[in-house]
Design a protein around this ligand. Structure first.
Ligand code: HAM
Length: 428
């Protein structure tokens, strides 16, 4: 018995990207790739799933993403794996495994999976573009990655975005700060929001990040990280802030910015877009993670990077401008209309495409009228008409589909010269 057909849909919190939207994605990714190469980054591709330990050790097994949102599964060999909830831990695992020469500068584009409550701008599968630099703690790198994202947003045509920045200190000074914060929160535990009354002591830093008024009220009077980092971390942070200022990258200090993963040290930052709804307005985030390589079994190696949500960047772009992103030429050069009845289009298209001309056709021996309609719909610049008459004369008719003047819009060309004729017309 045949199974009943089902009305399958993309799973909750996921979405298909198809035309015309996919052209926006293509443009955005191409622009990011070009930007990344300009800044000296090479592409890194690693598996979408890893041993769950990579993420538990990397982002922290008590982090919200690890405890509540990760897609964890056992494969047929009994290994416990997880779909990547973000890009950094895998890239650093790859760095530890392959030990490339440092500084290693990698960029990536990847889906990321988090079992979140879906809403506009928040998905269970989202997509990130990002970079990671491993092997140096020079503040110039902090400045470089932040500036790269900043300039990329401008190149995308965004105008209303802000950089929020903080320093998380390093292990020791943060450890001392967390103790201080824990003592402070302990004295005010009953005033915290309902959730944090129960869990504040597991990771007191999370309380700083809490958006509920009760937690904000309590922490407003409490100790803040930037006032408690050590001299080295302070010097590093001042150098970063100074250079950003010199480059005209406006940074706003946000002492509550602690980010959701445990790997962060020193510089941490987030980019927010004013065109997006407040709860989901982070278009990117990142920071240093000077202990992560070691936590994943490598030699001590400093690192820093950022990740940006493609969906949120495109939502921001759409909210700010009616013009689609048109950085790549994605229009057809010509459309072959073949009414010879003997499929003359196949050979002609092969010649055109091999010569670098973007060309398409209709199928199924459709009528001239129907093929001309398809040619118009395709957005192609020229129609190349090939009927029985042209076939007999060894010619084609080339029609400029953008011309208003029908008489002027048409010309014939010898069949053997089609590629040269179209190429010449395209450069006019
Ligand atoms: P993240 O802040 O968790 O950082 O994510 C980076 C960006 O991905 C966010 O700013 C947001 O634009 C987008 N994003 C995150 N979750 C979702 C979601 N559920 N739906 C839609 N978009 C989302 C990281 O993932 C770090 N790996 C960034 C990093 C790189 N840090 C150092 N290097």
């Amino acid at each position: 018995m045949n199974p009943q057909p089902q009305n399958f849909r993309a799973p909750v919190g996921t979405h298909d990207v198809i035309g015309p939207d996919s052209a926006q994605w293509e443009n955005l990714i191409a622009l990011f790739a070009e930007t990344a190469y300009r800044y000296g980054f090479e592409l890194a591709i690693s598996p979408l799933f890893e041993d769950v330990g990579v993420f538990n050790r990397g982002i922290g097994e008590n982090s919200e993403v690890a405890t509540k949102e990760m897609y964890v599964f056992e494969d047929r060999g009994g290994r416990t794996l997880a779909l990547r909830p973000e890009g950094t831990a895998s890239v650093v695992r790859a760095f530890v495994q392959h030990q490339p020469t440092t500084p290693w500068k990698a960029w990536y584009v990847t889906p990321a999976f988090r079992y979140e409550r879906p809403q506009a701008g928040r998905y269970r599968q989202h997509h990130q573009i990002g970079v990671e630099v491993l092997g140096t703690d020079d503040p110039a790198v902090d400045v470089e990655v932040i500036t790269m994202a900043w300039r990329f947003f401008a190149a995308l045509g965004l105008t209303r975005y802000r950089l929020l920045i903080n320093s998380m200190g390093h292990d020791e000074c943060r450890g001392a700060y967390v103790k201080l914060l824990r003592d402070f929160l302990g004295a005010h535990a009953s005033e915290l929001c309902e959730d944090h009354q129960k869990v504040w002591s597991e990771n007191p830093l999370r309380v700083l990040d809490c958006k509920k008024p009760a937690c904000i009220d309590v922490t407003t009077g409490g100790p803040m990280l930037p006032d408690h980092i050590c001299d080295d971390c302070r010097t590093h942070f001042s150098a970063v802030l100074g250079s950003l200022h010199d480059l005209g990258v406006e940074a706003t200090l946000n002492p509550r910015l602690v980010r959701g993963f445990d790997y962060y040290t020193r510089t941490t930052f987030e980019f927010v877009a004013d065109a997006l709804d407040g709860a989901q307005n982070a278009i990117g985030g990142g920071g240093r993670y000077d202990k992560l390589a070691e936590q994943l079994g490598g030699k001590p190696t400093s690192g820093i990077g950022f990740g940006c949500g493609i969906e949120r960047l495109l939502l921001t772009r759409a909210a700010e401008s009616d013009r689609p992103l048109e950085l790549l030429n994605r229009t057809l050069d010509c459309f072959v209309v073949d009414t010879t009845g003997v499929d003359s289009a196949t050979v002609l298209l092969d010649e055109l495409r091999s010569a670098g001309i973007a060309a398409d056709r209709a199928y199924d021996n459709r009528s001239m009228k129907s093929q001309m309609k398809a040619a118009d719909r395709s957005g192609a610049r020229f129609a190349v008409l090939l009927g029985p008459q042209e076939l007999a004369a060894g010619e084609v008719t080339i029609r400029d589909l953008r011309s208003e003047d029908f008489a002027q819009s048409q010309q014939t060309a010898p069949r053997n010269d089609v590629v040269t004729t179209i190429s010449n017309l395209l450069t006019k």
